[in-house]
Write a protein that binds this ligand. Structure first.
Ligand SMILES: NC(=O)c1ccc[n+]([C@@H]2O[C@H](COP(=O)([O-])OP(=O)(O)OC[C@H]3O[C@@H](n4cnc5c(N)ncnc54)[C@H](OP(=O)(O)O)[C@@H]3O)[C@@H](O)[C@H]2O)c1
Length: 238
């Protein structure tokens, strides 16, 4: 008997997260929209409903410990399992001096808020989801990272965002090392530069293209990789 998989995608009311939900739902997975504003989440679900995709919504503010735990518990309560966690929600704060502000103009509050959402958020969700994944003997965790976090290609600009994504990559490696090469796969990916509110209108990729590798990692077969960093379904340097 085949199991119907259940996925929770954070920050899925718009952008790449929304597209990840759409693509997962098309594969027959129960893909749950995590949205910090339930109205926004419900509006996103209605859009997918008009395409014939039945997509549930849960309230989820990744900045809040209780919200992360409750969202995971709610998915379990509704569907009895949680197979896939996509840590997609993130912020890129337009700090004084612009996104590209120098490290020397970076305010501690900008760094603190960025780490709260982009790093602590995924930590919270992983800690909430892994016990269930262990129990059911199956799990796929996808951390939506960025080339901006690659140490191999580290440069200036976006200092808070860059550091948060490097840290997310470290979280990916640590989680994968703790879980071993078994039933739960943990990987990071870079969607490329994507036309969303964050990426802007000039980005060279569509949300469909940006979501593809995350969906691939979310549905890896049992012999798929763990502890890797991917773009366009291919490994990239940390
Ligand atoms: N776009 C790009 O070019 C690009 C490139 C590399 C990596 N990425 C990564 O791809 C992912 C998605 O980016 P995007 O371009 O789709 O961004 P986006 O259009 O700005 O959407 C961000 C999503 O995250 C949500 N979010 C922010 N803070 C949250 C919180 N505390 N709790 C719950 N949800 C929260 C937002 O919800 P609200 O609507 O409530 O604000 C929104 O749904 C991010 O991890 C980003 O770093 C994007």
């Amino acid at each position: 008997m085949s199991v119907t998989r259940t996925a929770l995608v954070t920050g899925a009311n718009r952008g790449i997260g929304f597209e990840i939900v759409r693509q997962l739902a098309r594969l027959g997975i129960v893909a749950v929209i995590g949205a910090r504003d339930l109205n926004e989440g419900t509006a996103a679900a209605a859009k997918l409903q008009s395409e014939g995709l039945d997509v549930p919504v849960v309230a989820l503010d990744v900045d809040r410990e209780d919200s992360a735990a409750e969202a995971v518990a709610e998915v379990r309560r509704l569907y009895g399992r949680l197979d896939v966690l996509v840590n997609n929600a993130a912020i890129l704060i337009d700090a004084p001096g612009g996104f590209k502000a120098s490290l020397f103009d970076l305010e501690s509050e900008t760094l603190r808020r960025t780490m709260e959402t982009n790093l602590l958020g995924p930590v919270r969700l992983i800690k909430a989801a892994v016990p269930e994944m262990r129990e059911q003997g199956y799990g796929r965790i996808v951390n939506v990272s960025s080339g901006a976090g690659q140490l191999a290609d580290m440069g200036s600009g976006y200092p808070a965002y860059r550091m948060s994504k490097t840290a997310l990559n470290a979280l990916t490696r640590i989680t994968a090392a703790e879980l071993g090469n078994g039933a739960i796969k943990v990987n990071a990916m870079c969607p490329g530069w994507v036309r969303t509110d964050m990426g802007g209108a000039n980005a060279d990729r569509s949300p469909e293209e940006g979501a593809d590798t995350a969906v691939w990692l979310a549905t890896l077969p049992d012999d798929g990789p763990t502890g890797g960093f991917f773009r366009d379904r291919k490994p990239i340097a940390w």
